[in-house]
Design a protein around this ligand. Sequence first.
Ligand code: CNA
Length: 385
Amino acid sequence: MGNESSTSVDEATRPITLYARSIEAVAQYIQEKDIKNIVVMTGAGISTSAGIPDFRSPDTGLYANLARLKLPYAEAVFDISYFRNNPYPFYTLAHELYPGKYRPTVTHSFISLLHKKGRLLKLFTQNIDCLEREAGVPGDKIVEAHGSFATQRCIECKTEFPGDRMKEMIQKKEVPRCIGKTCTGLVKPDIVFFGEALPESFHRNRSLPAKAELVIVMGTSLTVQPFASLPSFVREETPRVLINLERVGSLGSRLDDVLLLGDCDEGVRKFADALGWRDELEELWASTNPNKNKKDAYEAPPKTRQERLDEEIEKLTKDIDATLKVTAEANERIRAELEKSATQKPPPSSNPSTDTPSAPTTSSYFGLSHVYPHLKADKLEKPSL
Ligand code: CNA
């Protein structure tokens, strides 16, 4: 009787496809069944070891730190209506995240290795840092669900803005404006802000998870919809692997779910060990090192995750403070000039300065005391014209 019931419990928890709920069992499944249709789903957590903070990790995520700037709410930095009034927080962040500054992580190289082995059906990424491409995953294998920095356009008339000028503006921390003859609209990279539609490629490929033979979810909190529901489209008997610091979504609730809770880079190395691909993985990752051709290139010892994040957050906070200081100085100058001209000539009937391209206008500044809390109230008062 006792034996019968324990057998039925075993039956109830036994995976359908894998021999066990372990990464070794997943590796064996890939090799024995020659699995070629692997769908990978990723988020900001796969880039944190490259030095790019994620959004939601407590204390170290971008939101926790942007909150210090007293934005009305942290997500405002990616809110299209907020951007329209104040693009500066976004462009400060864009300067930080802009492609070309960071090296792909070993996790990006693992996805690239899946492709090289002919086993990657599609990568769905929420990231906007383009590190998958830099690691060698071809564009046609990637669905950038939240867009990317690859192209940009005017938010008013939709005229495309040249990539080289965009790069220049972001490097100089300036806000680009439309190049159209009559339009002075703000330019924004084609990354998806809250309240904007996802790219057509997301909808076109949305049925692929249901065709997958294996799904790997890495470095995402699975909180942003509709991306977050992709793992639920996977067939019940298809193994799903989660490599993440924490358990997310419904991962772990199915019989063929395998959880590797911890750092992504450690997780993919374990996965590669199980597949016998470790040397190839390390070689592929080494090829992404920008110093690889310098003979005596000094390789600093690897920093801990906490050290890397502390460093990055400190840099980002300094950057934002510097931008705010420049903005405040510019506004001080404008205010002084307005005061001067007020004593010299009568006030204009309208305010023509609301579209000035570099610093925020005096008028927009008045409404931003919540963003620039360190400025004294008297500096925020509207000068009488
Ligand atoms: P998120 O909500 O910040 O979640 C990140 C997840 O990754 C969390 O569950 C963390 O626990 C986990 N995590 C963090 N570091 C590691 C690590 N080293 N190893 C394993 N797990 C880790 O980010 P999501 O991607 O889920 O949210 C979607 C947003 C984030 C998208 O709109 C992105 O555009 C946006 N974003 C992108 C980047 C980027 O491009 N690198 C950076 C920051 C935010």
